[in-house]
Design a protein around this ligand. Structure first.
Ligand code: SAM
Length: 274
Protein backbone atom coordinates (compact mmCIF):
# COMPACT_ATOMS: atom_id res chain seq x y z
CA UNK A 1 0.00 0.00 0.00
CA UNK A 2 1.32 3.48 -0.90
CA UNK A 3 1.17 6.57 1.29
CA UNK A 4 -0.51 9.92 0.71
CA UNK A 5 1.57 12.95 1.65
CA UNK A 6 -0.26 16.26 2.12
CA UNK A 7 2.45 18.73 1.19
CA UNK A 8 2.27 22.45 1.95
CA UNK A 9 3.83 24.72 -0.68
CA UNK A 10 4.71 28.47 -0.54
CA UNK A 11 2.04 31.20 -0.46
CA UNK A 12 4.18 33.62 -2.44
CA UNK A 13 7.85 33.43 -1.54
CA UNK A 14 9.33 30.32 -3.15
CA UNK A 15 11.86 30.13 -0.31
CA UNK A 16 9.07 28.98 1.98
CA UNK A 17 9.22 25.32 1.06
CA UNK A 18 10.64 22.97 3.65
CA UNK A 19 13.55 20.60 3.12
CA UNK A 20 11.20 17.75 3.94
CA UNK A 21 8.63 18.90 1.36
CA UNK A 22 11.36 18.94 -1.33
CA UNK A 23 12.52 15.48 -0.27
CA UNK A 24 8.97 14.09 -0.47
CA UNK A 25 8.25 15.73 -3.86
CA UNK A 26 11.48 14.17 -5.18
CA UNK A 27 10.69 10.71 -3.88
CA UNK A 28 6.97 10.14 -4.50
CA UNK A 29 5.75 8.37 -7.64
CA UNK A 30 3.04 10.89 -8.51
CA UNK A 31 2.15 14.47 -7.58
CA UNK A 32 -1.57 15.29 -7.48
CA UNK A 33 -1.92 19.03 -8.06
CA UNK A 34 -4.80 21.53 -7.98
CA UNK A 35 -3.43 23.17 -11.13
CA UNK A 36 -0.73 21.15 -12.86
CA UNK A 37 0.64 24.15 -14.81
CA UNK A 38 0.99 26.16 -11.60
CA UNK A 39 2.74 23.30 -9.77
CA UNK A 40 5.00 22.68 -12.76
CA UNK A 41 6.51 26.13 -12.22
CA UNK A 42 7.36 25.22 -8.61
CA UNK A 43 8.75 21.83 -9.67
CA UNK A 44 10.88 23.44 -12.40
CA UNK A 45 12.23 25.89 -9.82
CA UNK A 46 13.11 22.92 -7.58
CA UNK A 47 14.45 20.93 -10.56
CA UNK A 48 12.04 18.09 -9.89
CA UNK A 49 10.43 16.12 -12.69
CA UNK A 50 7.45 13.92 -11.77
CA UNK A 51 4.21 12.66 -13.30
CA UNK A 52 1.41 15.10 -12.41
CA UNK A 53 -2.30 14.33 -12.06
CA UNK A 54 -4.80 17.15 -11.79
CA UNK A 55 -6.90 17.08 -8.63
CA UNK A 56 -9.14 20.12 -8.28
CA UNK A 57 -12.48 21.13 -6.80
CA UNK A 58 -14.45 20.03 -9.88
CA UNK A 59 -12.96 16.56 -10.26
CA UNK A 60 -12.28 15.61 -6.63
CA UNK A 61 -14.78 12.71 -6.70
CA UNK A 62 -13.53 11.05 -9.86
CA UNK A 63 -9.86 11.76 -9.30
CA UNK A 64 -9.98 10.51 -5.69
CA UNK A 65 -10.93 7.07 -7.06
CA UNK A 66 -8.07 7.12 -9.58
CA UNK A 67 -5.60 8.15 -6.89
CA UNK A 68 -6.88 5.51 -4.45
CA UNK A 69 -6.29 2.81 -7.10
CA UNK A 70 -2.71 4.01 -7.52
CA UNK A 71 -2.16 4.09 -3.75
CA UNK A 72 -3.56 0.55 -3.51
CA UNK A 73 -1.08 -0.53 -6.20
CA UNK A 74 1.66 0.68 -3.85
CA UNK A 75 2.48 4.06 -5.39
CA UNK A 76 3.27 7.00 -3.09
CA UNK A 77 1.46 10.25 -3.88
CA UNK A 78 2.05 13.86 -2.82
CA UNK A 79 -0.99 16.13 -2.84
CA UNK A 80 -0.31 19.84 -3.36
CA UNK A 81 -2.55 22.85 -3.96
CA UNK A 82 -1.73 26.09 -5.77
CA UNK A 83 -0.52 27.73 -2.58
CA UNK A 84 -0.21 26.90 1.09
CA UNK A 85 -1.73 23.95 2.86
CA UNK A 86 -3.99 21.58 0.88
CA UNK A 87 -7.43 21.16 2.43
CA UNK A 88 -7.47 24.71 3.86
CA UNK A 89 -9.95 26.32 1.45
CA UNK A 90 -8.33 24.08 -1.16
CA UNK A 91 -9.04 20.56 -2.44
CA UNK A 92 -7.95 17.61 -0.31
CA UNK A 93 -10.87 16.61 1.88
CA UNK A 94 -12.34 13.94 -0.47
CA UNK A 95 -9.15 11.96 -1.01
CA UNK A 96 -8.31 12.16 2.69
CA UNK A 97 -11.75 10.75 3.65
CA UNK A 98 -11.34 7.90 1.15
CA UNK A 99 -7.84 7.09 2.39
CA UNK A 100 -9.14 6.85 5.95
CA UNK A 101 -11.86 4.41 4.78
CA UNK A 102 -9.31 2.28 2.93
CA UNK A 103 -6.77 2.38 5.77
CA UNK A 104 -4.22 4.19 3.62
CA UNK A 105 -1.66 6.16 5.60
CA UNK A 106 -1.88 9.99 5.31
CA UNK A 107 1.17 12.02 6.27
CA UNK A 108 1.17 15.82 6.73
CA UNK A 109 4.20 17.76 5.48
CA UNK A 110 3.76 21.12 7.26
CA UNK A 111 4.50 24.51 5.75
CA UNK A 112 2.93 27.81 4.77
CA UNK A 113 -0.69 28.62 5.53
CA UNK A 114 -2.00 32.17 5.04
CA UNK A 115 -4.37 32.22 8.01
CA UNK A 116 -1.78 31.16 10.60
CA UNK A 117 0.79 33.68 9.38
CA UNK A 118 -1.83 36.43 9.20
CA UNK A 119 -2.97 35.70 12.75
CA UNK A 120 0.45 35.57 14.37
CA UNK A 121 1.33 39.09 13.15
CA UNK A 122 -2.14 40.59 13.61
CA UNK A 123 -1.73 41.68 17.22
CA UNK A 124 -5.17 40.18 17.94
CA UNK A 125 -5.72 37.47 20.56
CA UNK A 126 -4.16 34.25 19.24
CA UNK A 127 -5.16 32.04 22.18
CA UNK A 128 -8.55 31.22 20.67
CA UNK A 129 -9.73 31.88 17.15
CA UNK A 130 -12.29 30.80 14.58
CA UNK A 131 -11.34 30.34 10.96
CA UNK A 132 -14.37 30.75 8.71
CA UNK A 133 -12.70 30.36 5.31
CA UNK A 134 -14.48 32.39 2.59
CA UNK A 135 -17.82 33.90 3.64
CA UNK A 136 -20.72 32.21 1.79
CA UNK A 137 -22.29 34.10 -1.12
CA UNK A 138 -25.75 32.65 -0.47
CA UNK A 139 -27.71 35.39 1.36
CA UNK A 140 -29.08 33.24 4.19
CA UNK A 141 -25.83 31.40 4.95
CA UNK A 142 -23.93 34.69 4.74
CA UNK A 143 -26.27 36.28 7.27
CA UNK A 144 -25.76 33.34 9.62
CA UNK A 145 -21.97 33.65 9.36
CA UNK A 146 -22.16 37.41 9.92
CA UNK A 147 -24.20 36.73 13.05
CA UNK A 148 -21.54 34.31 14.21
CA UNK A 149 -18.92 37.04 13.72
CA UNK A 150 -21.11 39.56 15.53
CA UNK A 151 -21.18 37.39 18.64
CA UNK A 152 -17.73 35.84 18.39
CA UNK A 153 -15.96 35.37 21.69
CA UNK A 154 -12.67 34.80 19.90
CA UNK A 155 -10.66 36.25 17.01
CA UNK A 156 -12.26 35.67 13.62
CA UNK A 157 -10.22 34.92 10.50
CA UNK A 158 -11.69 34.99 6.99
CA UNK A 159 -10.26 34.69 3.50
CA UNK A 160 -11.39 37.09 0.79
CA UNK A 161 -10.79 37.68 -2.89
CA UNK A 162 -9.50 41.23 -3.57
CA UNK A 163 -12.42 42.24 -5.82
CA UNK A 164 -14.92 41.33 -3.07
CA UNK A 165 -13.03 43.04 -0.24
CA UNK A 166 -15.08 46.25 -0.15
CA UNK A 167 -18.46 44.44 -0.22
CA UNK A 168 -17.35 42.19 2.62
CA UNK A 169 -16.04 45.13 4.66
CA UNK A 170 -19.37 46.92 4.18
CA UNK A 171 -21.21 43.80 5.42
CA UNK A 172 -18.89 43.60 8.41
CA UNK A 173 -19.44 47.29 9.19
CA UNK A 174 -23.08 46.45 9.97
CA UNK A 175 -22.14 44.09 12.78
CA UNK A 176 -18.74 44.73 14.33
CA UNK A 177 -19.22 48.25 15.75
CA UNK A 178 -15.87 49.55 17.03
CA UNK A 179 -14.01 46.23 17.18
CA UNK A 180 -10.52 46.30 15.65
CA UNK A 181 -9.93 44.83 12.24
CA UNK A 182 -6.67 43.72 10.64
CA UNK A 183 -5.97 42.97 6.98
CA UNK A 184 -2.95 40.85 6.10
CA UNK A 185 -2.10 41.42 2.47
CA UNK A 186 0.33 39.63 0.14
CA UNK A 187 1.99 37.69 2.97
CA UNK A 188 5.58 36.65 2.10
CA UNK A 189 5.47 38.71 -1.14
CA UNK A 190 7.09 42.04 -2.09
CA UNK A 191 4.02 44.09 -1.13
CA UNK A 192 3.38 42.31 2.16
CA UNK A 193 1.48 44.63 4.49
CA UNK A 194 -0.58 44.55 7.68
CA UNK A 195 -3.33 47.17 7.84
CA UNK A 196 -4.74 47.66 11.33
CA UNK A 197 -7.58 49.94 12.34
CA UNK A 198 -11.31 50.54 12.64
CA UNK A 199 -13.63 49.35 9.93
CA UNK A 200 -14.53 52.85 8.62
CA UNK A 201 -10.86 53.76 8.11
CA UNK A 202 -10.23 50.52 6.26
CA UNK A 203 -13.32 50.89 4.04
CA UNK A 204 -12.03 54.33 3.01
CA UNK A 205 -8.84 52.83 1.61
CA UNK A 206 -10.31 49.48 0.44
CA UNK A 207 -10.30 50.43 -3.26
CA UNK A 208 -6.51 50.79 -3.11
CA UNK A 209 -5.88 47.49 -1.36
CA UNK A 210 -4.77 44.95 -3.96
CA UNK A 211 -3.58 41.36 -3.87
CA UNK A 212 -4.37 38.39 -1.65
CA UNK A 213 -5.99 39.22 1.64
CA UNK A 214 -6.83 37.71 5.00
CA UNK A 215 -9.33 39.66 7.14
CA UNK A 216 -9.21 39.33 10.92
CA UNK A 217 -11.68 40.73 13.43
CA UNK A 218 -11.16 41.30 17.12
CA UNK A 219 -13.30 39.19 19.45
CA UNK A 220 -16.48 40.72 20.82
CA UNK A 221 -15.58 41.62 24.42
CA UNK A 222 -19.19 42.39 25.22
CA UNK A 223 -20.54 38.89 24.76
CA UNK A 224 -21.21 37.31 28.11
CA UNK A 225 -19.32 34.12 28.76
CA UNK A 226 -22.05 31.79 29.95
CA UNK A 227 -20.95 28.61 31.64
CA UNK A 228 -21.66 25.38 29.79
CA UNK A 229 -23.79 24.37 32.78
CA UNK A 230 -26.96 26.07 31.59
CA UNK A 231 -28.85 25.18 34.77
CA UNK A 232 -26.96 28.10 36.40
CA UNK A 233 -28.81 30.66 34.32
CA UNK A 234 -32.51 31.42 34.21
CA UNK A 235 -34.63 30.36 31.27
CA UNK A 236 -35.06 34.03 30.34
CA UNK A 237 -31.28 34.64 30.32
CA UNK A 238 -30.81 31.49 28.31
CA UNK A 239 -33.42 32.72 25.79
CA UNK A 240 -31.82 36.18 25.57
CA UNK A 241 -28.40 34.65 24.96
CA UNK A 242 -29.62 32.95 21.77
CA UNK A 243 -31.86 35.89 20.80
CA UNK A 244 -28.77 38.14 20.80
CA UNK A 245 -27.20 35.71 18.32
CA UNK A 246 -30.04 36.41 15.89
CA UNK A 247 -31.81 33.04 16.21
CA UNK A 248 -35.59 32.81 15.80
CA UNK A 249 -37.95 31.52 18.50
CA UNK A 250 -38.18 27.98 17.11
CA UNK A 251 -34.42 27.60 16.89
CA UNK A 252 -33.95 29.10 20.36
CA UNK A 253 -36.36 26.65 21.96
CA UNK A 254 -34.69 23.73 20.21
CA UNK A 255 -31.26 24.84 21.45
CA UNK A 256 -32.43 25.50 25.01
CA UNK A 257 -34.03 22.03 25.17
CA UNK A 258 -30.78 20.47 23.95
CA UNK A 259 -28.59 22.46 26.38
CA UNK A 260 -30.83 21.58 29.33
CA UNK A 261 -31.33 17.99 28.18
CA UNK A 262 -35.12 18.26 28.33
CA UNK A 263 -37.81 17.92 25.66
CA UNK A 264 -38.73 20.83 23.37
CA UNK A 265 -42.30 20.52 24.62
CA UNK A 266 -41.22 21.12 28.18
CA UNK A 267 -39.53 24.38 27.16
CA UNK A 268 -42.51 25.44 25.00
CA UNK A 269 -44.76 24.78 27.99
CA UNK A 270 -42.61 26.91 30.31
CA UNK A 271 -42.78 29.84 27.90
CA UNK A 272 -46.56 29.49 27.59
CA UNK A 273 -46.94 29.36 31.41
CA UNK A 274 -44.85 32.50 32.01
N1 SAM B 1 -4.52 26.77 1.09
C1 SAM B 1 -4.23 28.16 1.27
C2 SAM B 1 -3.63 28.36 2.66
O1 SAM B 1 -3.06 27.43 3.20
O2 SAM B 1 -3.71 29.46 3.19
C3 SAM B 1 -5.45 29.02 1.02
C4 SAM B 1 -6.00 28.91 -0.35
S1 SAM B 1 -7.42 29.91 -0.65
C5 SAM B 1 -7.96 29.26 -2.19
C6 SAM B 1 -6.78 31.44 -1.17
C7 SAM B 1 -6.99 32.55 -0.14
O3 SAM B 1 -6.00 32.44 0.87
C8 SAM B 1 -6.82 33.94 -0.71
O4 SAM B 1 -8.03 34.43 -1.27
C9 SAM B 1 -6.43 34.74 0.51
O5 SAM B 1 -7.55 35.06 1.29
C10 SAM B 1 -5.57 33.72 1.27
N2 SAM B 1 -4.15 33.85 0.88
C11 SAM B 1 -3.41 32.97 0.19
N3 SAM B 1 -2.14 33.42 0.03
C12 SAM B 1 -2.08 34.61 0.65
C13 SAM B 1 -1.07 35.59 0.85
N4 SAM B 1 0.15 35.41 0.36
N5 SAM B 1 -1.37 36.70 1.54
C14 SAM B 1 -2.60 36.89 2.05
N6 SAM B 1 -3.61 36.02 1.89
C15 SAM B 1 -3.36 34.90 1.20
Amino acid sequence: MGKLYIVATPIGNLGDITLRAIEILKNVDIIAAEDTRHTLKLLNHLEISKPLISYHRHNEDVKSKVLIEKLEEGQNIALVSDAGTPGICDPGHEIIKECIEKNIEIIPIPGACAMVNALICSGLDTSEFTFLGFLPLNKKSRKEKLNEIKNAKNTIIIYEAPHKLKTTLLDLKEIIEDRKIVLAREITKIHEEFVRGKIDDIINIADNIKGEIVIMIEKNENIQNYSEDFTNISLEEHYKMYESQGLDKKEIIKKIAKDRKVSKNEIYQKFIDT
